[in-house]
Design a binder for this molecule. Structure first.
Ligand SMILES: Cc1cc2nc3c(=O)[nH]c(=O)nc-3n(C[C@H](O)[C@H](O)[C@H](O)COP(=O)(O)OP(=O)(O)OC[C@H]3O[C@@H](n4cnc5c(N)ncnc54)[C@H](O)[C@@H]3O)c2cc1C
Length: 454
């Protein structure tokens, strides 16, 4: 049996750990059956944002008359958008990472799925390997809900939606979370007729209630949105797929479309990896339980990223990987600091959030003030003609510390950053307001929301 100082399972955020271990001249086994870079590079953040930028260009052209310009989309080179702009470039980067790893004399790369056979041993293809320290970074995969007929129709998940060969005429999307919203918005901007079917009353239901409501309304302007509907069954009709959903009263509706995109959340890969063989504790959804040092209950096993189930973002996975490097490789005891963990949805309109939502504050009966400001009431909002955008900020009445901030509108993912910094370092809403902002930059809308406390 081959033995290693460190085994890293998963070549996404796990790469941060394998390269640090190699720098320390440890004998490292890196296990990754797919392309290097994991979900973010190959099936997630990067390709989706490349595609969404093309969608943003399309939306600007569609809105061009608002700006006094007559422009029309006369053609869409889907192959260029999805192939040359996205897939080819991420494939190239993944290959370059793999080449660099194969030249690293401390790392042995196993290009196959692994599963645990004990708490220090793994089966990797036809080999058994042993590790003194093990880092579990095997991520999640799309979850497929148990809908009648689902396995008899050619559905796609986000993995395939980022690499379709042809622009579909119509697409039904099961789910209304952020992945559904981003992908549906991309296809919609290019001309695909979208129907989103979502069980709850709003799309992006994990957002602040006011944001989720406004987002759903904005999204429904371009798309058919069936909220409050549960999907009952799917079936093939010629080349198309018929999706039947029912509302709370049982009233059924059937939608016909060329593509069916299942975007109904993610499940951890702990089952395939047979983590149960290690004695590592998992929660009821199957995510690995870790403490603030990213340690599991088994002394020599750490976990990070999606599979640890705290936040399913690349930036949180990277922060956790840094902690694992310190603790597992350098033998330190560094805790992960999740203060002011932000997130964004890169659809049109964009959404970004940090900290508590109004529903969280109400649930804990916090004493808070709300500040709201509309994009259109600022100089840049007016220039952009952003009539939908707004910022909501929640501030502690006594300390004026910012408890949460939620934004819907142009470049929300960038505009949120000064609030992330403020929350992380205890800067109050008053201090943020007193800070001179560039006029009339978009960030004025955040400053004015903080100045506009009820
Ligand atoms: C469409 C989409 C868009 C996204 N957009 C964003 C975004 O804009 N911003 C953001 O922050 N996050 C985004 N995310 C989420 C982000 O991609 C993940 O949070 C992040 O990639 C998780 O990193 P990870 O290292 O934990 O897992 P992964 O990157 O998934 O890496 C896990 C690796 O483990 C491997 N593996 C699985 N099972 C085994 C096994 N049994 N043996 C060996 N290896 C195994 C897998 O092949 C995989 O490469 C997006 C996700 C999707 C799907």
């Amino acid at each position: 049996m081959e033995t290693f100082d460190v085994i890293v399972i998963g070549g996404g955020s796990g790469l941060n750990v394998s390269s640090a271990a190699s720098d320390e001249k440890k004998r490292v086994a890196l296990i990754e059956p797919g392309p290097m870079g994991g979900t973010c590079l190959n099936r997630g953040c990067i390709p989706s944002k490349i595609l969404i930028h093309s969608a943003d260009v399309a939306r600007i052209i569609q809105r061009s008359s608002l700006y006094g310009i007559s422009a029309k989309i006369t053609g869409i080179d889907f192959k260029k958008i999805i192939g040359d702009r996205a897939s080819s470039r991420v494939d190239k980067e993944a290959k370059e990472i793999e080449e660099a790893i194969s030249e690293d004399k401390y790392i042995t790369l196993f290009k196959t799925k692994a599963f645990f056979t004990g708490n220090k041993t793994l089966q990797v293809g036809n080999k058994k390997i042993f590790g003194d320290k093990i880092v579990v970074a095997a991520g999640t995969r799309p979850s497929v809900p148990p809908v009648e007929g689902i396995h008899d129709v050619p559905y796609i998940t986000s993995d395939e939606a980022l690499r379709l060969k042809k622009l579909p005429k119509s697409m039904t999307v099961l789910g209304g979370g952020y992945i559904a919203a981003e992908l549906a918005d991309f296809y919609s901007a290019l001309g695909t007729k979208i129907t989103v079917i979502q069980r709850s009353d709003v799309m992006v239901k994990n957002e602040d209630a006011a944001i989720a409501k406004a987002f759903t309304k904005a999204f429904a302007k371009h798309n058919n949105v069936l909220t409050g509907h549960a999907v009952k069954k799917v079936e093939k009709k010629g080349k198309n797929i018929m999706t039947t959903a029912a509302d709370a009263k049982g009233k059924e509706i059937t939608v016909e479309s060329e593509q069916l995109l299942v975007a109904a959340g993610r499940v951890p890969n702990t089952d395939v990896l047979q983590v149960d063989k290690t004695g590592v504790k998992m929660n009821k959804e199957g995510y690995v339980e870790t403490n603030q040092y990213m340690e599991t209950n088994v002394k020599h096993i750490w976990a990070l990223g999606d599979i640890a189930g705290k936040y399913l973002f690349k930036h949180s996975a990277n922060a956790e990987a840094k902690v694992v490097v310190q603790n597992a490789i350098y033998g330190k005891k560094v805790a992960v600091n999740y203060t002011a963990m932000p997130h964004a949805i890169f659809s049109s309109p964009q959404v970004a959030g940090v900290g508590e939502r109004q529903q969280d504050l109400d649930a804990r009966r916090a004493d808070y003030a709300v500040g709201e400001y509309r994009y259109i009431d600022t100089g840049m909002g007016l220039a952009l003609e952003d009539t939908e955008g707004f910022v909501r900020v929640y501030v502690d009445r006594k300390t004026l510390k910012i408890l949460g901030c939620h934004i819907l509108g142009t470049d929300a993912s960038t505009a949120i950053h000064e609030v992330i910094l403020a929350m992380r370092h205890g800067i109050t809403a008053k201090q943020l307001v007193e800070t001179i902002h560039i006029h009339p930059a978009l960030s004025e809308v955040v400053q004015r929301a903080c100045a506009n406390l009820e």
